[in-house]
Design a binder for this molecule. Structure first.
Ligand code: BTN
Length: 345
């Protein structure tokens, strides 16, 4: 019932729908309509009520819930089931618990805010309430544990492309200054980190039980929303856009999440149908790592060299300072000559 009312209001966005029309077409009392309208308002929809004219839904809203996130989402796996939470410690932890309970592949946990988000290498991921986007996708691919890096790269490509699309729609020349990917999966805008991806796996020696791919994006934050120690190295889509196209910039959270789910799903289908080189090609198009002078830190092994390529398994291929070709499969890579880091290869 509530969703029927919402649908009618959405079909007449910014215009009144009379209470009497709603009552008749849905065959309920006026009191029942009012009860559902109140529930919608509590969810964040801005609805004006007038005794004479009825109800009207005001403009674009940014409500996040399962129905809004699923609406017109044409994916095959990712987001086929969506779990929305207003607040959670970590969407990755929540998704892992769901996966342990047998949640289907593609189940996606989206949170309005995260209070104990986790980053790679045991770091913390600090969110800024509802100005950010945070979600985690459960996947159960029939792959070997050693092959999963490609899934993280596919998520990074999907996210970079979705960020580019959102910016291009607002007039940014993304060929000149679009989203870059720093190996393996940090997304940068203007040399600064705008998104991080944390992939966690539960597996046996030769079999993946499930993966959780968690994506966190700084979306509508202002400069003052970042902790002091992050101001130099992190940014948000809004800060970036404000510099390029000043105005009343705002990114609708659910549109960004849906666009990433859509593109990630496409990439996931490519992986399942063995089109991995296509993902690698797209990753390289966004890369800000290849061709750069890097410092690789993989456990106790620390060395510097030139990042030459990535392998089909998603490993970074580095020619070290002694001329040896080495592959880096995990850990951290920092780019040493940061001058051109914002430019894509
Ligand atoms: C990193 O760059 O270190 C990875 C950050 C990953 C953050 C996301 S936010 C959604 C998901 N839930 C978490 O606790 N972490 C990931």
């Amino acid at each position: 019932m509530k969703n029927d009312i919402l649908k009618r209001l959405k079909n007449n966005i910014d215009n009144y729908v009379s209470g009497e029309d709603l009552r008749k077409s849905l065959n309920v009392t006026r009191a029942a309509i009012w009860k559902h309208v109140k529930a919608l308002k509590a969810e964040g929809y801005v609805i004006e009520a007038s005794t004479k004219k009825g109800y009207r839904l005001m403009g674009l809203n940014d409500v996040l819930n399962e129905a809004e996130l699923s609406e017109l989402l044409e994916t095959q796996v990712i987001g086929q089931k969506i779990v929305y939470l207003d607040s959670v410690k970590s969407t990755n932890d929540y998704a892992k618990a769901l996966a342990e309970d047998g949640a289907e592949s593609g189940t996606t946990v989206v949170a309005g805010k995260q209070i104990a988000g986790r980053g790679r290498l045991g770091r913390e991921w600090s969110g800024h309430g509802e100005k950010d986007v945070q979600f985690s996708v459960i996947l159960k691919p029939d792959m070997r544990p050693a092959e999963i890096q490609i899934i993280t790269l596919a998520a990074a490509v999907a996210t970079a492309e979705a960020i580019d699309a959102a910016l291009e729609n607002r007039g940014v020349n993304i060929a000149k200054s679009g989203a870059g990917i720093k190996w393996p999966n940090d997304i940068l805008l203007n040399d600064k980190k705008v998104c991080g991806i944390l992939t966690e796996m539960n597996c046996e020696t030769d079999r993946i039980n499930y993966l959780v791919v968690g994506i966190g994006i700084n979306l509508n934050r202002e400069a003052g929303d970042f902790a002091e120690d992050l101001k130099e190295t992190a940014t948000s889509l809004k800060i970036f856009l404000d510099e390029k196209v000043p105005g009343n910039n705002y990114f609708q959270r659910r549109e960004v999440v849906k666009e990433i789910m859509r593109r990630f799903d496409e990439n996931y289908q490519k992986i399942l149908s063995c089109q991995i080189p296509a993902i690698i090609e797209n990753w390289k198009r966004h890369s800000v790592t290849i061709g750069r002078n890097v410092m690789a830190i993989a456990g106790n092994d620390i060395f510097s060299g030139i990042a030459e390529d990535i392998s089909n398994e998603g490993k970074l291929i580095v020619k070290d300072d002694d001329g040896n070709i080495r592959t880096v499969s995990s850990g951290e890579v920092s780019i040493r000559n940061t001058k051109n880091i914002g430019e894509r290869k």
